[in-house]
Design a protein around this ligand. Structure first.
Ligand code: HPA
Ligand code: ZN
Length: 358
């Protein structure tokens, strides 16, 4: 893999679903190892299915593909592969989502999932030079009872988790549905984040803030539809974990040039840039930085601010934060925009995302 220009910029990734890093090659390798039948005859046939019309059409393939993950070793290898790629793109800290219900409901034990992830997370710093934390997400299209049962099974492993999140199909599944679950998670010392304002309305962002008491909003791009909310997010410095390639691939926006990130920054919002499900959306976090820098003509100073925000918004302690901010300051003196602004993973998606200038 070639390294992307902004890979020289140290950054934290705060919105990354580990199951969304399952690359097509790994899907086939694990299917063979675990004797799981696949619907697709070849890598090309699988990749051809990566055309999404909305969040749900992506989620259908995302859940169908992850059935190849069965053993602790599978979850460990998936996580290790992510760290290798993330490190190459300048990630020095990652706060990683996982979706336990997507595994337990098909017969994989919670312990298998958490032990596999933890075996790599535990020493990601010494093995990959990336510090990391785990955030357990609830599937919002499942019941609140199922989320509460998942929380109960996770609490004995509470030391391994920094927080809880909320993901999956947003429309019709407002944050309010999970208020009691989030209350219990926070009472047990877990931080709260939630996907809101991706496909759902700005009202869901308000609910995530007021009812779930989230520290960050995942996506949140539709917040722009409510000026009072924008002012609130700005005044409270609430971080938004924005995922530009994801928003294009899931048709939240038509093309990268139309992405509202520039407007959000101009409105004074504390934005970060992230990859969401990089194996499905055409690039890892450095590629997202390169993509928006080129498509929105963001100056280097803005990329530096985005990188600084990623540490400000992270759940690391003060000492670690200072250490990372210093790294950003040092890197800001070298040029990492320009040279080659081609995406690091020159595939079909990347070229769709960033059309070549005429
Ligand atoms: N939105 C909601 N749920 C998800 C996503 C997303 O972008 N990726 C994985 N689960
Ligand atoms: Zn997400």
């Amino acid at each position: 893999m070639t390294s992307s220009p902004s890979s020289r910029l140290p950054k934290a990734e705060l919105h990354l679903h580990i199951e969304g890093t399952l690359e097509p090659e790994m899907i086939f390798a694990l299917a063979e190892r675990n004797k799981v039948p696949l619907k697709y005859a070849s890598l090309d046939a699988l990749r051809a299915a990566y055309q999404f019309k909305d969040l749900q059409s992506f989620l259908d393939l995302y859940y169908a593909s992850m059935v190849v993950l069965r053993t602790e070793q599978d979850f460990a290898e998936l996580t290790a592969a992510y760290f290798t790629r993330a490190h190459q793109q300048g990630v020095v800290h990652a706060e990683i989502f996982f979706d336990p219900q997507a595994h337990t409901q098909r017969g994989v034990a919670f312990q298998t999932v958490i032990d596999g992830l933890w075996s790599v997370i535990r020493d990601s710093e010494t093995r990959y030079g990336v510090t990391s934390k785990l955030i357990m997400c609830f599937l919002r299209d499942q019941s609140a009872e199922s989320a509460m049962a998942t929380l109960e099974s996770a609490l004995p492993y509470g030391e391994r988790l920094v927080g809880v999140g909320l993901d999956s199909a947003e429309r019709g599944n407002p944050p309010s549905k999970f208020q009691a679950v989030f209350d219990r998670a926070r009472a047990n010392g877990l931080k709260a984040v939630a996907h809101a304002g991706e496909e759902g309305p700005a009202a869901y962002v308000w609910e995530a803030l007021r009812l779930l008491k989230v520290s960050r909003v995942d996506h949140g791009v539709r917040s722009l539809e409510d000026p009072t909310l924008v002012a609130h997010l700005r005044d409270e410095k609430t971080p938004l974990t924005v995922c530009p390639f994801s928003n294009v691939r899931l048709r939240v926006v038509d093309k990268l040039q139309d992405h509202p990130l520039g407007k959000m920054i101009d409105a004074g919002l504390m934005c970060t840039v992230n990859s969401d499900d990089p194996a499905y959306f055409g690039g890892y976090v450095g590629d997202n930085f390169d993509g928006v820098s080129k498509a929105l003509k963001l100056p280097q100073a803005t990329l530096v601010t985005l990188a600084r925000n990623s540490f400000e918004a992270s759940f690391i302690d003060v000492t670690e934060r200072q250490r990372y901010l210093k790294l950003v300051d040092e890197a800001s003196h070298t040029a990492f925009v320009g040279a080659s602004a081609e995406p690091a993973l020159p595939n079909e998606t990347a070229s769709q995302l960033t059309p070549n200038p005429a």
